[in-house]
Design a protein around this ligand. Structure first.
Ligand SMILES: [Zn+2]
Length: 122
């Protein structure tokens, strides 16, 4: 499943603590994960928005079942779809951002000398 591979990736990020600075060989290196955080935030917003849109279109269908059913269905649908969509979007965005971090950005910061570098091992 997709969720499992995402979690494995996140666990793999903790391995960054064992990376060494290529400049001064310090082990005090931290992963910045800028794109991962940004991607997660954007994904959560996009996922929530699309989830709510899906729920609202479902509420329109619910009008056939009567006004009360539509109201109930809309409230429950917006809450549930919004949460589910937001969580899924957050994971997808974080996953994408994580890939950008690793491949594009200088994702690692040496706390000893301030040098930023890309982790070549991944
Ligand atoms: Zn360093």
């Amino acid at each position: 499943m997709r969720e499992l591979s995402i979690e494995q990736d996140w666990q793999g990020d903790s391995v960054d603590m064992t990376s060494r600075c290529p400049k001064c060989r310090s082990i005090y290196v931290e992963a910045r994960n800028l794109a991962q955080r940004l991607g997660g935030a954007i994904g959560a917003i996009a996922g929530t928005t699309s989830g709510v849109a899906v729920a609202l279109s479902g509420a329109e269908l619910g009008l056939i079942a009567g006004p009360f059913g539509a109201l109930l269905g809309a409230v429950a649908g917006v809450v549930i779809e919004g949460i589910v969509g937001g969580a899924a979007g957050c994971l997808a965005g974080a996953k994408l951002g994580s890939a950008i971090d690793r491949n594009v950005l200088h994702n690692h910061l040496c706390r000893a000398c301030g040098h930023t570098f890309t982790d070549k091992s991944s």
